[in-house]
Write a protein that binds this ligand. Sequence first.
Ligand SMILES: Nc1ncnc2c1ncn2[C@@H]1O[C@H](COP(=O)(O)OP(=O)(O)OP(=O)(O)O)[C@@H](O)[C@H]1O
Length: 216
Amino acid sequence: MEILKVENLTVKRNGKIIFKNINLNLRKKEKFFIIGPNGAGKTTLIETIIGFIKPDTGRIFLKGKEVKTEDDFYNLRTTVGYIFQNPDDQLFSPTVEEDIAFGPLNLGISRTEIPKIIDNVLSTLGIFHLKNKMTYKLSGGEKRLVSIASVLSMNPEALIMDEPTVGVDNEKMKLLIKFLKTTDKSIIMITHNKEVVEELGWPMYKLENGYLNYIE
Ligand SMILES: Nc1ncnc2c1ncn2[C@@H]1O[C@H](COP(=O)(O)OP(=O)(O)OP(=O)(O)O)[C@@H](O)[C@H]1O
């Protein structure tokens, strides 16, 4: 079953075509990479799919139903968790604990459930010790892991991760890789990290010169 389907997506910025007529599907449990040079439009593509950017042409479907209204995109973003390229765009609460609690609380999950959820995601990523830290005092790698945790806490069916491994140390990387290998979630990952690509061995699409091609 397709979670996401993207049909003929075209985006122009300042009159310049960033990409043209992109088609893409994400099925249940499917995982793949999107690679491509700096400025190719990878982040733009993802931000269009999740409704931050309005495309010039194209349609987006969530589980077979066209995503049109703001409510539809809100629903899409609860099904497909988006991990921003820049964690500072994701984190806005004073403490790590509050940042991770924000999503599930917003989804209406009971307050009594939240501590267990927080502890679970922090342990999965090896950052339990950051729980009571002030978010603004975290290092770059720590912020990235907390931003991943803040999305995992909502337990989305799918993840779109924009450069999730930047700044992550070896020990945490092992845990992150273990999670990525074992999770049932569908995942689209944008990365420039060749080691991660090799380690995970997922199929790959390359975005270049406005076109998205499957890499054999
Ligand atoms: N807010 C914006 N307004 C206008 N143009 C933008 C904006 N953000 C990005 N662009 C342009 O869109 C193009 C695609 O950028 P995008 O960030 O999507 O690339 P990317 O493939 O994700 O790059 P990277 O690998 O460096 O993260 C670039 O030419 C960039 O300058």
